[in-house]
Design a protein around this ligand. Structure first.
Ligand code: MRU
Length: 365
């Protein structure tokens, strides 16, 4: 995607090839800064503090983190230590573990002296594949939007939650990729952007992305979606996912489930867009089995934004002394999901639907 006319990926190797640069998402939307990650610790801290976030991007960052660790210690113990450190940063998004397992398997087969170089090459391959997958998700999803536009004879109103755009991946995004592809092809699209408390990834990141690309959009309070659906203002919902089970249960940012309930009640199609690296073939029951990250209470008690003087400030919004809970994700059962948009096409959110698209993975599970 382009910022001020220059094409960026969210993560890319530094000119010297010994570090990676990432877009610091904690500074958006008010500042666009790059941050250099030069060590295993840098990568782990960037994921934990959400300098980088979004399931596919934290997977790719973890792969680069493993590569940075190989420059420090390329022994078997070094691989184990790096994988354990990176895997512990965020528990819900399966892409993180998927990328580490894939890259570590390549390294363990190689002589220790070659691991440093191989690890960077594998991380770059994972990044390139993510771009290709997201672009393909965009093509498949755009066909759905074009179909709605043709049937409706007007602008397609899409509701999305959190940020599943290019900032959450290496490029293009998952849920937003169909919107970019459709918009670029001339399909009239307008996006309702849930603000996505507590961290406001919708208001800060999705709105920033859509504005930068010129896609018409409106930011809404998280509680507004049901009302808009009741009044026929939403033609479909598209969300991303941090982990989707083999049976089609979709785990995504907290609040996604409530949107799926409202969509079901109002017969609004509800899609999840995700690459193969988000599917956890070992799990069936997402509500029971997916670990849900519990984050710092301060994300709920405080808000950060820009004051009228232009300064960035953090203010408390919760009554002092009240206890707070902050589960970061929830699970939408497959029965509420109209379809899953993947790089291989669109399928039903069911064991049969996913197995139909990925016959090789289903047999291996
Ligand atoms: O906590 P975050 O900001 O990493 O959560 C991101 C989401 O929930 C996204 O919807 C998800 O990762 C899909 S990313 C393409």
């Amino acid at each position: 995607m382009k910022i001020d006319g220059r094409h960026y990926r969210t993560i890319f190797p530094d000119a010297d090839g010994r570090a990676v640069l990432v877009i610091d998402q904690t500074r958006l939307p008010f500042a666009f800064d790059l941050k250099r990650l030069a060590s295993l610790t840098d990568a782990a801290v960037a994921i934990r503090t959400m300098v980088v976030r979004g399931a596919p991007l934290i997977g790719v960052t973890a792969a680069y983190g493993l590569a940075l660790a190989m420059a420090e210690d390329a022994s078997e113990a070094g691989i184990d230590r790096a994988c354990a450190t990176l895997a512990a940063t965020r528990p819900t998004a399966i892409n993180l573990r998927w990328a580490l397992d894939r890259a570590a398997a390549v390294l363990r087969r190689a002589p220790q002296a070659d691991r440093d170089e191989l690890a960077f090459a594998e991380a770059a391959r994972i990044a390139d594949e993510d771009v290709a997958s997201c672009r393909a998700i965009g093509e498949h999803g755009a066909a759905i939007l074009a179909d709605i536009a043709a049937r409706k004879g007007g602008t397609v109103n899409v509701l999305t939650h959190c940020n599943a755009g290019w900032l959450a991946t290496v490029d293009w995004g998952t849920a937003l990729a169909p919107i970019y592809v459709a918009h670029d092809a001339g399909v009239p699209v307008h996006v309702y952007v849930d603000e996505t408390r507590p961290r406001n990834q919708g208001a800060a990141l999705t709105a920033f992305e859509l504005h930068a690309h010129g896609v018409p959009h409106t930011v809404i309070a998280d509680n507004a979606g049901g009302h808009l659906m009741q009044h026929g203002e939403v033609d479909c919902c598209i969300v991303g996912s941090d982990r989707t089970t083999a049976s089609g249960d979709v785990c995504n940012k907290i609040g996604t489930y409530l949107k799926a309930l409202a969509a079901s009640d109002n017969r609004v199609p509800f899609y999840a867009a995700l690459p193969f690296s988000t599917i956890d073939w070992t799990l069936e029951d997402g509500v029971r089995d997916i670990p849900i990250e519990e984050r710092d209470a301060r994300e709920v008690t405080h808000l950060t934004g820009r004051t009228e003087t232009g300064a960035i400030a953090t203010v408390q919004v919760v009554s002092p002394g009240s206890p707070v809970a902050n589960p970061a994700f929830d699970v939408t059962p497959a029965r509420l999901v109209t379809g899953i948009i993947t790089e291989r096409g669109v399928c039903a959110a069911s064991p049969e639907g996913l197995a139909g698209l990925y016959p090789e993975r289903r047999r291996a599970a």
